[in-house]
Design a binder for this molecule. Sequence first.
Ligand code: ACO
Length: 328
Amino acid sequence: MTEDRIGLLGMGAYLPSRVVTNSDWAQWVDTTDEWITTRTGIAERRFAADDESTADLAVQAARAALDDAGIDAETLDEIIVATDTPEVYTPDTSAFVQHRLGARQIPAYDLGGSGCAGFLQALDVARSRARETERRVLVIGVEVLSRVMSLTDRTTCVLFGDGAGAVVIGRGAQAAEILVAVTGTDGSRADILGIETGGTRRPFSPVESPTGRLEITMRGQQVFKEAVRRMSAAAREAVERAGLTLDDVDLLVPHQANLRIIDAVGKALAFPAEKVCVNVRDVGNTGSASVPIALAQAHEQGRIQPGNLVLLTSFGAGFHWGAVLIRF
Ligand code: ACO
């Protein structure tokens, strides 16, 4: 029976070494440590070094996941990179990652534009691919959000950080089985969170992008409400589809957008705080890297034991959302 499991064979994360504290932000924009801490629960976040870009972070996390799985990059059959902050516009980040890892000339592609939900969407795809084609799939969530945040919009810039997380999905006796994956989209809310310039509707230009940067725009309070509603609903749907209840779940790993959203999701699900994984204080919102980083850290800290049921849930620009239930 155990040989038939399709799931996580290994996981890993990478955070750049540069720490940016709330006090740093207080020197750059009109804000305070107290405001950021109270509204978001974030104390610090990591920024990529000037000479680090998306593929660098992705490769570091991928190597950690491959090491954890005890497998070589040459045995991978497919690579999916979830990111909204790609290495270059075209080709996609996965091409750089495939080459840098020394993987064979396997299919590699990005899942971009889903904001923070990208990793769970990629996990859903990887699970199907592993099931139907017996492929061993590397899934990476990576962001360098420090390069797309507005440096003047104090409400958004303080939220984000850089990082990468990765998992290897495949068949194995030791695999942490993916029981259910739920994903969904409501494009009617596409206007409340995103990067609006740089596409064909509003090409990048000095007129459209006066700061010379691509910048995240967000209607914070609407995002907050949608995030809580969608993450809670997806989490509920995942356990119901598995024929289980929320009481059966040992650890909830929600997207680390901010502490108030995480608390509200926990409350909506009547989930005890000690069973909720929180690292937003130290890393901020790392977009599609958020869930795999939190998962890898929880695993490394021994918070996930064999037999545990772990529920991942996320939401992102689009709006997209997802929940994935895993039996370790
Ligand atoms: N420092 C000090 N004051 C600030 C700051 C700041 N960094 N930012 C905003 N303010 C001020 C505003 O100017 C406003 O002042 P005013 O009352 O004098 O007009 C006041 O604080 C309240 O502003 P709001 O925007 O109403 O603040 P709110 O309580 O909504 O908190 C926040 C803002 C933290 C962004 C909240 O809306 C939120 O958490 N939204 C969800 C954001 C999020 O997680 N987005 C996800 C990003 S992407 C993703 O994860 C998919």
